[in-house]
Ligand binder design. Structure first.
Ligand code: FAD
Length: 407
């Protein structure tokens, strides 16, 4: 049995290894002078992309806690982060491929995903299946070594830039809804895939509708077994919550820094009743942001190998509610200027999420309590799977999907 002292030495060795490799990376590929993709490729090849992934797949087979060492050092050196250009691939595609993919799939997908050469999108939601995504209706029918897919997905972030999509489709309508699904990687540039923009209240269209008409997917691009799609999807969904709400900013960083900046620039030193109320709101939100940051830090430290658990919903829920409150305060700090919005011109953005204008961030933050699972659904998960409260009634759980009434 390993003693506490031995465990401490083992951890120290791993830390030394990771720190040494990171220093070597910074020396061999100085981040500020190395093109982004080249730098990220060098990071991947040294096993510093996701240190907990196996060697050869962008990792070193070490504890995920050690990634913090890499990220902190690279951030200080001004290095690019892979999640910026390819957030869905980085945070959700990669863990799904590494957990369920074949050796050929891991070799083919992980490196270009990390370098941002190939963007990924998530094809789960449909017009009739969002919170209850297991009820989805897009069909995949096997034809020899291929599957033929027909159906429609919606709210597909970055589909207009994506090369690959994580697709869940119904392969057995006679099985109960969770058991008749299969998971595929689909070529978004293939024949029969049509991507149409959907505009958001920011004016931008960062997400899309995606139509599949007789799209052919080789069976080799299936992730996991036939009928095992729900199980594979859970890996994506659990990682989605952590990737949206589990980030650890520097203290006082992120959205709350915007609010403090606006306070300092426009209200500092004033002692009017209105400003004292605004200051009180700012102080309360700063404390909540710090509590949320520390909670995420603790969750990251406790995280072991494998798929994150339902506790990832804590960070996702807090992130959504806090962002909305902080950006509401920012608009109040701006006063009437808060109502001046640059332009609602339709833009197809290169990135999803917040920008540099707090007015845009205020509008964009409204989606935080919907995307990646709504706040109501996060509360259900926490109630049932973390607190052990009774589950809500699920009347369609055990009957064939084909017999479930739907509109
Ligand atoms: C900005 C943005 C980006 C997105 N990107 C993607 C993407 O890339 N890929 C993708 O597949 N999807 C994406 N989505 C879709 C997102 O996952 C869904 O919108 C979300 O899961 C909710 O589904 P829905 O919109 O169908 O709402 P519904 O499920 O119809 O919910 C409607 C309302 O009912 C509530 N509700 C539903 N069920 C319950 C319940 N059991 N208990 C209590 N309340 C309930 C919900 O909380 C909500 O308030 C994105 C959404 C947004 C806003």
């Amino acid at each position: 049995m390993t003693t506490v002292a031995e465990a401490a030495i083992a951890t120290t060795d791993d830390e030394r290894l990771v720190s040494g490799l990171t220093e070597q990376l910074v020396a061999d590929a100085p981040p500020k002078d190395t093109p982004t993709r080249e730098f990220l490729g060098a990071q991947f090849d040294r096993g510093l992309a996701w240190v907990h992934f196996p060697q050869g797949d962008g990792g070193l087979g070490l504890s995920p806690r050690l990634q913090e060492l890499v990220d902190t050092r690279l951030r200080a050196a001004g290095a690019p982060h892979a999640s910026l250009h390819n957030p869905i691939g980085f945070g959700m595609g990669a863990p799904t491929v590494v957990t369920h993919g074949s050796t050929a799939q891991k070799d083919r997908y992980l490196r270009p995903l990390f370098t941002g050469e190939e963007i990924w999108c998530q094809l789960f939601s449909e017009p009739g299946a969002g919170s209850d995504v297991a009820s989805l209706a897009t069909r995949a029918v096997q034809d020899g070594d291929e599957w033929v897919v027909n159906g429609q997905k919606v709210w597909t972030t970055l589909a207009h830039l994506a090369r690959w999509g994580m697709l869940v489709a119904r392969t057995d309508p006679e099985a109960p809804k969770h058991r008749g699904l299969t998971y595929f990687v689909v070529d978004m540039h293939g024949p029969g895939v049509e991507v149409r923009p959907l505009r958001q209240m920011t004016g931008e269209a960062e997400f899309n509708e995606v139509y599949f008409t007789d799209v052919r997917i080789p069976d080799a691009e299936r992730l996991g077994g036939v009928g095992d799609g729900w199980h594979v999807s859970l890996t994506t969904l659990m990682n989605e919550r952590v990737s949206i709400g589990g980030g650890v900013m520097p203290r006082g960083g992120g959205p709350i820094a915007e609010a403090v900046r606006l306070w300092d620039a426009r209200h500092k030193g004033s002692n009017t009743v209105e400003d004292r109320v605004l200051k009180d709101r700012l102080a309360k939100l700063w404390i909540r942001a710090e509590a949320s940051r520390l909670t995420n830090m603790r969750a990251r430290q406790n995280r072991s190998m494998g798929t994150p658990g339902p506790e990832g919903s804590v960070g996702k829920l807090a992130f959504a509610e806090l962002n909305q409150k902080i950006y509401e305060l920012c608009i109040d700090l701006l006063g009437l200027e808060g109502t001046l919005y640059g332009s609602y011109a339709m833009v197809r953005p290169e990135h999803a999420g917040f920008g540099t204008d707090v007015r845009k961030s205020f509008l964009r933050a409204r989606a935080n309590s919907i995307e990646g699972g709504t706040s109501e659904v996060m509360r259900n998960i926490l109630g049932e799977r973390v607190l052990g409260l009774p589950g809500e009634p699920r009347t369609d759980k055990d009957i064939p999907w084909s017999q479930v009434p739907r509109s």
